[in-house]
Design a protein around this ligand. Structure first.
Ligand code: HEM
Length: 363
């Protein structure tokens, strides 16, 4: 991969090796390097950029706040949010899956989980999208200036919420992060701001893409769609197969801290490495007929959420959101079809999903 100057690792066994060896393949600079001068909190490292032992300490603290119990308790509320969004589609003939459903859903869920006030949700989404967009492609200085101005406003708001939650904790994640304590260590306000922004950036577009990729796969494979329609208990399995078949995150960067031989190739010390989990998930050495979309496959060990120390913090949340959303969309709405084969995909290197997916009800 000449243009981004890194070694691409594509086979399942090799990707697995990279992910399992953080002492050789460092995460340093993953997000910081990508955001450059648009980094909203350059004073503290991003959790996703850290290696052990710093990562271990921070992740332990975060795990105290972001517990499986907290996420499981969200299921009923996620169902309510889905129904609320879908009720706006009632009476409509056409809708855009991304704009009208799969984009707003995670934005509302994550904002509520964090404790961001509803009136600021759209601002946070617009700002985090603009920050990511400007980090992946050249933008003029006026636009960057505007993003930096907005960054200050968003960070000031979060600082205010954090101070408020220190005084009067609520049931939200910001309160839990503020209160988290491990080995007499707690998180500073800046660390909580960085984690909040990381969760917003990491959790919105990925979940939107998972839902878009699922509907694309189902509509392209009517026989598989019919199997799911015949048995709604297949939805969790469907989610796992889509994660494998069309991964919402296709690749993640690392840096080789020393020279290492991988798949017969010598990677020099200091070289950039791009682990392609989307490709690993289609490796014929690992999966039989990997290019076949099979709702009965239920692949337990796909690498869509990574593995090991940086295993996706939001995997459980993404799975619950997808399960509840698809259940509502596939079983409580009239059937739908694509209005056109035309569709825009995002142009990001690491994330994959439709940007628009126009559909029409046919029932
Ligand atoms: C379909 C949805 C999602 C996919 C495919 C996905 C994928 C990933 C992957 C591949 C990683 C590992 C990165 C690495 O190896 O360095 C990761 C990490 C992470 N994800 Fe997700 N993610 C999803 C949803 C979410 C959600 C909903 C949240 C937030 C609630 C989230 C928060 C994070 C965070 C904070 C990390 C960093 C963990 C660490 O460094 O210890 N993700 N995700």
């Amino acid at each position: 991969m000449e243009s981004i100057q890194c070694w691409a690792v594509s086979r399942y066994a090799d990707v697995d090796y990279v992910i399992r060896h953080p002492q050789i393949f460092s995460s340093t600079g993953l997000m910081n390097g990508f955001l450059g001068d648009l980094n909203p909190v350059p004073e503290v490292p991003w959790m996703i950029d850290l290696d052990p032992p710093d990562h271990t300490k921070l992740r332990k603290l975060v795990n105290k706040a972001f517990t499986p119990r907290l996420i499981m308790a969200l299921e009923a509320r996620i169902r309510e949010i889905c129904n609320q969004i879908l009720s706006d589609l009632r009476g409509r003939v056409e809708f855009d899956l991304v704009r009208d459903f799969s984009m707003p859903l995670p934005v509302i869920v994550i904002s509520e989980l964090l404790g961001v006030d509803p009136e600021y949700r759209a601002d946070f989404k617009r700002w985090s999208d603009a920050t990511i967009r400007s980090s992946v492609r050249p933008t003029d200085e006026d636009e960057r200036h505007e993003i930096r101005r907005e960054t200050r406003a968003r960070c000031a708001y979060l600082e205010h919420i954090i101070a408020q939650r220190r005084k009067e904790p609520r049931e939200d994640l910001i309160s839990r992060l503020v209160q988290a304590e491990e080995d007499h260590q707690t998180l500073s306000a800046l660390e909580v701001i960085a984690l909040t922004i990381l969760i917003l950036i990491a959790g919105n577009e990925t979940t939107t893409n998972l839902l878009g990729n699922t509907i694309l796969a189902l509509l392209a494979h009517p026989a598989e769609f019919a199997k799911v329609r015949a048995d709604r208990r297949l939805v969790p399995q469907l989610v796992e197969e889509v994660l494998r078949y069309d991964s919402a995150v296709q690749g993640v960067f690392r840096v080789a801290v020393r020279e290492i031989e991988l798949a017969g190739t010598t990677i020099p010390a200091g070289a950039g490495v791009f682990y392609l989990n989307g490709s690993a998930n289609r490796d014929e050495r690992k999966y039989e007929n990997p290019d076949r979309f099979d709702v009965f496959r239920n692949p337990p060990d796909h690498l869509s959420f990574g593995y090991g120390i940086h295993y996706c913090l939001g995997a459980q949340l993404a799975r619950i959101e997808a399960k509840v959303a698809l259940d509502a969309l596939l079983f409580e709405q009239p059937p739908f079809a694509r209005t056109t084969e035309a569709m825009t995909r995002g142009d990001g290197l690491a994330v994959r999903g439709p940007k628009t997916l126009p559909l029409r009800f046919v029932g």
